[in-house]
Ligand binder design. Structure first.
Ligand code: NAP
Length: 256
C-alpha cells in the first residue's frame, strides 16, 4: 500500500508542525514528492528541510483563497501537478460559549472550515488532471462525535468539514477524485503539549490504549486514503483515537 504513493505530488496544509508535519513525513518516506504549506515560511522551510527527500515549504494562509491558489501553483511548478491534497491546517483556541466573541468564532471557522474549502477549491483544477486525485481532510472526534468545554466553535468547524466532504464527494467523483477524512483523537503535537502536562496525563488515562496518538498514527491513516488501493473509498471517515470514544463511563475503563 505504501508504495502506491511513490512519485505522487502531495500538498499538505499545516505541514510545518504537528499532525501535518507527521503526514508530510509519512508521505515523503513512502516516496511521494511533498509540499508543506503554513503561514510562516521559515517554519515551513525548516520542516521541509528536516523531512528531506525533496520536501519543499511554501507560505500561504488558508483563510485566503488567493494564497491557496498560489500555493497550489507552486506545488505544480515544482512537482508537475497535484495528486493528493491533505487539508490539515487548523487552530484550536479555547473559549467558553458565554464569553466567546464573534471574532473568535470567525477566526476558528475561517481557518478550519473555510480554509478547508479554499484548499480543496484551489487544488481541484490540478487534481482533475491526476489519474487518481485524492483529498484527505483532517477533521477530529471533537465536534462530529464528542464535545469538550471551550471548543463549541472548533467542534462546529470539524463537524462542518464532514458536511462539506459529503457533497464534495459527489461533485468530485466524476473526475475520479476521492475525498475522505481522518478523525484524530488526542495526538501529541507541539500544539497539544501547550495545553499542559496535567491535561495530557488525564487524557492518556481516559484512552483504552492508554496513550495519546502520534502524528504518524494519523499519517498512516491519510496514507491509506491516498493509496491506489483505496480507490473505491470516498466520502468516508476513519477515527484514529486509541478507542477513546468508546468507554461509556469512567467505570467502563476501571473495570477493564
Ligand atoms: P499544530 O501543531 O498547532 O499545527 C498547526 C499547523 O497549521 C501549523 O503548521 C500552522 O502553521 C498551520 N496553520 C494554522 N493556521 C493556518 C492558516 N491560517 N493558514 C495556513 N496554515 C495554518 O496543530 P495540530 O495539532 O497538528 O493540528 C492539525 C490539524 O489536526 C488541525 O486541523 C486540528 O484541528 C486537527 N486535530 C488535531 C488533534 C490533536 O490532538 N493535535 C486532534 C484532532 C484534530 P502556521 O502557524 O505557520 O500557519
Amino acid at each position: 500500500m505504501t508504495h502506491s504513493v511513490e512519485g505522487r505530488s502531495v500538498l499538505v496544509t499545516g505541514g510545518s508542525k504537528g499532525i501535518g508535519k507527521g503526514i508530510a513525513r509519512v508521505f515523503a518516506n513512502a516516496g511521494a514528492r511533498v509540499v508543506v504549506v503554513a503561514r510562516h515560511l521559515d517554519q515551513a522551510a525548516a520542516a521541509a528541510k528536516e523531512i528531506g527527500k525533496g520536501c519543499h515549504g511554501v507560505a500561504a494562509d488558508v483563510t485566503r483563497l488567493s494564497d491557496m491558489e498560489a500555493a497550489a501553483k507552486a506545488a505544480v511548478d515544482r512537482n508537475g501537478g497535484i495528486d493528493v491534497v491533505c487539508a490539515n491546517a487548523g487552530i484550536f483556541p479555547q473559549a467558553k460559549l458565554e464569553e466567546m466573541t464573534g471574532e473568535q468564532w470567525d477566526e476558528v471557522l475561517n481557518t478550519n472550515l473555510k480554509g478547508c474549502f479554499h484548499t480543496v477549491r484551489a487544488c481541484v483544477p490540478y487534481l482533475k488532471t491526476s489519474d487518481q486525485g485524492r483529498v484527505i481532510l483532517t477533521s477530529s472526534i471533537t465536534g462530529p462525535v464528542t464535545g469538550f468545554p471551550g471548543w463549541s466553535h472548533y467542534g462546529a468547524s470539524k463537524a462542518g468539514q464532514l458536511g462539506f466532504m459529503r457533497t464534495a464527494c459527489i461533485e468530485l467523483a466524476k473526475h475520479g477524485i476521492t475525498i475522505n477524512a481522518v478523525m484524530p483523537g488526542n495526538i501529541i503535537t507541539e500544539g497539544l503539549a501547550g495545553l499542559g502536562e496535567e491535561y495530557l496525563k488525564t487524557m492518556a488515562a481516559s484512552i483504552p490504549l492508554k496513550r495519546l496518538g502520534t502524528v504518524e498514527d494519523i499519517g498512516y491513516a491519510a496514507l491509506y486514503f491516498a493509496s491506489r488501493e483505496a480507490g473505491y473509498v470516498t466520502g468516508q471517515t476513519i477515527i484514529v483515537d486509541g478507542g477513546q470514544i468508546l468507554p461509556e463511563s469512567l467505570e467502563a475503563l476501571a473495570q477493564a
